[in-house]
Design a protein around this ligand. Structure first.
Ligand SMILES: Cc1cc2nc3c(=O)[nH]c(=O)nc-3n(C[C@H](O)[C@H](O)[C@H](O)COP(=O)(O)OP(=O)(O)OC[C@H]3O[C@@H](n4cnc5c(N)ncnc54)[C@H](O)[C@@H]3O)c2cc1C
Length: 538
């Protein structure tokens, strides 16, 4: 097929418009085209008087031989579809690998291992997504937390109740494969070509069930309500793992373990430390979530075109470096979304955001985060960052008044340094509920100060950003893992031979797609090591 890049199209267009535009570029008749596919679609809103789409298109001609000729003489090229790296097959008689955690990293790792014939066992401490949806809905309604089934734990991991954004800064040869598998499993087709793809919290459960069925159909096994609780080591590395479920504790022979536990498995990190696994402190960020009417963001970003049905809800991405050396940036913006408690421990509150695929809610929300360095933790050892997070999560829980209500404040009051008493035109979307408060008391002083300094700078880029009645909710402490589990750069194994630290919790990813890609990479490394060992080369 012929690849045509950077084709400009008006907001109102259909496939016929795109075909005509592409044919005009190639100087051919539309009748010569057998197939038209959209490879990438993005919005160009740099000039608010001239907002338009930009497409990369693939054209298949009736006369296939003519494609090369045409590509040669036009501003086009023959398209070579990127292929994922070839995966080694699992050696015969391999002791089944164990994957811990059914977040994006663990699911994709288990899928790859199952495809290779390794019959992986995937264990997940939380529940299947259907039950998890009911548990999370009950939590939003009552504020009663189930520590093993919540917005962080359960099938789908931390990303199941999210906007399902699939944007990432990393480059991985596994990304096209992962996006295809996600779409096959039930994610919207649009993720295959949108420049900023998202799945939406309403499509995520369908996709997760699809992935589960695929892993099972390829010979994998999944045990929910099952927690990794211990490691059994021998001199050469891993010999077995302890797992716990309602049925009790069980020792399971295991020589290769993919550890995909996310950033919130604090009890598991403590167990791993006791077992002697090498871990180290890592920088992360802390902050608040800001909410505006989506219509305000649309107006600021799209001007006259705000509300155009082809554009959908507008996004923003902001960052600034402050004179004191700190950075503040917007993170995980959820257009037309809501704010939620993403928490897994009693008495500790951490928040985040989510949206439906249509992104059609009343408010836009985004985290505003300030960087935190290990020097800020005020403690020694690899778990000091977790203790730092806990300190501020506890303050937020208490300022909210219990039942996982969150402390919230008007932007105007935050900037003026006074407690809020009530809310105005912007209705806080947070579930279970909010309590007016002074958020400065829930943040480290440097972070509160940095966010206060950054807000006016952001208002210069997004008009209305600091409107008095915009709402801030706190606190967001788990933007990424506060620790890293070092691994060998080639074998990807940790200080314990046979244990592969993987995904966000181990410090190697910062979102759904990067965690999934790391899962793929670690699964491939595990298969390669198993192959080598079966040939006596490990
Ligand atoms: C509300 C919310 C919204 C988000 N929105 C986005 C977004 O739009 N786009 C984006 O890219 N990222 C988003 N993120 C971040 C994203 O979800 C994470 O980066 C990603 O899920 C990390 O994947 P992971 O597989 O490494 O870990 P996780 O998804 O955290 O999965 C870890 C899994 O391991 C399980 N587990 C932990 N310990 C054990 C144990 N001992 N035994 C068995 N199982 C265990 C947990 O229950 C969990 O299911 C969001 C996060 C949250 C909380």
């Amino acid at each position: 097929m012929i690849l045509i890049q950077n084709l400009r199209a008006p907001l109102e267009h259909d496939l016929q418009t795109l075909l005509n535009l592409a044919c005009r570029r190639l100087q051919i008749e539309p009748a010569a085209v057998k197939e038209l596919k959209v490879l990438k679609k993005s919005v160009d809103a740099r000039d608010k008087a001239d907002i338009h789409f930009v497409f990369h298109l693939l054209l298949g001609l009736e006369d296939a031989a003519a494609e090369e000729l045409l590509a040669g003489r036009s501003n086009a090229e023959i398209y070579a579809e990127p292929q994922p790296p070839a995966l080694p097959e699992a050696p015969k008689g391999i002791l089944r690998p164990v994957v811990v955690g059914a977040g994006p990293a663990g699911l994709v790792a288990a899928l790859i291992l199952a495809k290779a014939g390794a019959r992986p066992l995937l264990i997940e401490r939380g529940r299947p997504v259907e039950q998890r949806q009911r548990d999370v809905a009950a939590f939003f309604a009552t504020g009663r937390l189930d520590p093993s089934s919540n917005a962080l734990f359960g099938e789908g991991g931390a990303g199941a109740f999210s906007d399902g954004k699939l944007t990432t800064g990393i480059k991985s040869p596994y990304i096209p494969f992962i996006l295809k598998e996600f779409a096959k499993a039930g994610a919207p087709e649009e993720i295959l070509y949108a420049a900023k793809p998202h799945i939406g919290t309403d499509f995520l459960p369908k996709m997760l069930k699809g992935l589960r069925e695929r892993i099972l159909s390829l010979g994998g096994e999944i045990r929910f309500g099952t927690r990794l609780s211990g490691l059994v080591l021998r001199e050469e590395g891993l010999r077995a793992v302890w797992i716990e479920s309602e049925e009790g504790a069980e020792e399971l022979p295991c020589e290769r373990l993919l550890l995909c536990i996310g950033h919130s498995a604090r009890d598991t990190f403590a167990m791993l430390r006791e077992s002697g696994l090498r871990m180290e402190q890592k920088a992360f960020s802390i902050g608040l979530r800001i909410e505006h009417p989506q219509a305000l963001i649309d107006r600021a970003q799209y001007g006259e075109f705000a509300g155009h049905p082809a554009l959908g809800a507008a996004e923003y991405k902001l960052s600034c470096h402050l004179p004191g050396g700190r950075s503040v940036y917007s993170f995980c913006m959820c257009p037309g979304g809501r704010v939620l408690a993403a928490t897994s421990e009693e008495g500790l509150l951490n928040i985040n955001g989510m949206s439906a695929f249509a992104r059609d809610g009343e408010n836009a929300n985004s985290a505003l985060l300030c960087s935190v360095e290990p020097g800020d933790f005020g403690g020694e050892g690899p778990l000091a960052g977790i203790e730092f997070q806990r300190r501020f999560e506890k303050k937020a829980f208490e300022a909210g008044g219990g039942r996982f209500f969150a402390p919230a404040q008007l932007v105007g009051d935050f900037l003026a340094g006074r407690e809020s008493r009530a809310f105005g035109a912007v209705r806080p979307s947070f579930a279970p509920g909010v309590t007016p408060a002074d958020l400065r008391a829930c943040l480290p002083g440097f972070a509160a100060q940095a966010i206060r300094e950054a807000l006016p700078q952001f208002a210069r880029r997004v008009r209305g950003f600091t409107d008095h009645e915009s709402v801030l909710t706190g606190v967001e402490t788990r933007s990424s893992s506060p620790l890293r589990i070092p691994r060998d750069q080639i074998s990807l194994q940790s200080s314990i031979f046979g244990l592969y630290p993987c995904g966000e919790g181990a410090g190697y990813a910062g979102g759904i797609l990067s965690a999934a890609a790391d899962g793929a990479r670690c699964a491939a490394a595990l298969l390669e090591a198993a192959q080598n060992s079966s040939k006596g080369r490990e």
